[in-house]
Design a binder for this molecule. Structure first.
Ligand code: SAM
Length: 312
């Protein structure tokens, strides 16, 4: 089996991924880059800025379209293709393969497929890089949803839909949730729709339709001044508040000290450069992980599930 691994960067975050792999001990001159795919010798723990990991990448020398189809078919059942070079030639190859179609998920019914999915890219007319051991079971890990364009006041709700779908865990009806920095109310809307009891706090006003939902209590004020000890029970702590990552870390620690058995989902937002030091501080919190979601811009999502450490 090949020792070559491919790390596919989220669009716009190739530099972050390079930096992350560099911190992981890989010298830049040892990285072979094709589009957003970085090939390195050896496997690394899942980098935050990689949307898919191609395990054991094979270099296939191909003589013809038919030869490419034969070799790819011999490696795996279903394929997704990373668009890069030689598009017309690739189109012909795709006609001969079982290709996985991208589909929009329904929330909360749809789950991630469990069947393995291979990925390939053509880097020269006679050379393909292919992996049948990818970390993602949907093409490139790109998760899109059938959106609700009528009620949620912002598309930020898609972050929660994605993380809940990836984790396979979400608040149950009656769970107590706090939503810090909640306006205009997309996250509160998701939580209330799931039947949770939501205390929602922001300096701005929340959307009136969200405010009217069953289970929603809104506090207009500063999320950092809210005292966690005033709550008897909290099952989930959410934060999408815009602030310095270091300030969020302190906020999270305060809530964690009061509710060590709560689940946490918090956006860590970067202004300017990505702060790898603070990312490491979040990752060091036991049982937690950091993930970059498809709808995260220059931010990552910190997740800590009380019951077990589930890698999103
Ligand atoms: C990205 S928006 C949150 C979007 C929200 N999750 C949604 O789905 O609608 C960030 C929010 O943080 C709020 N915010 C920033 N600093 C705050 C503070 N100190 N206390 C409370 N809210 C704050 C802003 O008013 C803003 O509404």
């Amino acid at each position: 089996m090949s020792h070559l691994h491919g790390y596919l960067a989220f669009p716009g975050f190739l530099d972050e991924l390079k930096e992350e792999l560099k911190f992981g001990g890989i010298k830049p001159k040892k990285m072979e880059i094709h589009g957003n795919l970085i090939l390195v010798d050896g496997q690394k723990k899942k980098p935050v800025w990689a949307m898919n990991i191609w395990g054991s990448v094979e270099r296939l020398k191909i003589e013809s379209v038919a030869d490419a189809i034969r070799k790819l078919k011999a490696m795996g059942l279903r394929w997704s293709h990373m668009p890069y070079l030689h598009h017309r030639r690739v189109e012909l190859i795709l006609k001969g393969l079982n290709v996985a179609a991208s589909k929009a998920f329904h929330f909360p019914e749809d789950q991630l497929p469990t069947k393995a999915l291979g990925s390939f890219v053509m880097i020269a007319p006679d050379e393909i890089l292919a992996s049948s051991h990818c970390s993602q079971t949907i093409p490139h890990g790109e998760m899109t949803f059938k959106e609700d364009k009528s009620v949620p006041p912002t598309r930020a709700y898609l972050k929660l839909w994605e993380i809940f779908t990836r984790l396979g865990v979400k608040p149950k009806s009656g769970d107590d949730c706090i939503d810090l920095g909640s306006c205009p109310g997309g996250w509160t809307w998701v939580l209330a729709k799931l039947g949770a009891q939501v205390v929602s706090i922001d300096r701005s006003e929340i959307d009136s339709k969200v405010l009217a939902m069953k289970g929603v209590r809104f506090i207009q004020g500063n999320a950092f001044s809210l005292d966690p000890t005033q709550f008897e029970k909290m099952d989930w702590v959410f934060s999408d508040v815009i602030c310095e990552p270091q300030k969020l870390l302190e906020l999270v620690q305060k809530w964690l000290a009061q509710f060590p058995n709560a689940n946490f989902i918090c956006s860590v937002k970067f202004k300017g450069d990505t702060d790898f030091r603070v990312m490491n501080a979040f990752i060091r919190i036991p049982g937690s992980s950091l993930v970059h979601l498809n709808c995260n811009k220059h931010e990552v999502t910190w997740v800590r599930l009380a019951a077990q450490a589930i890698e999103p």
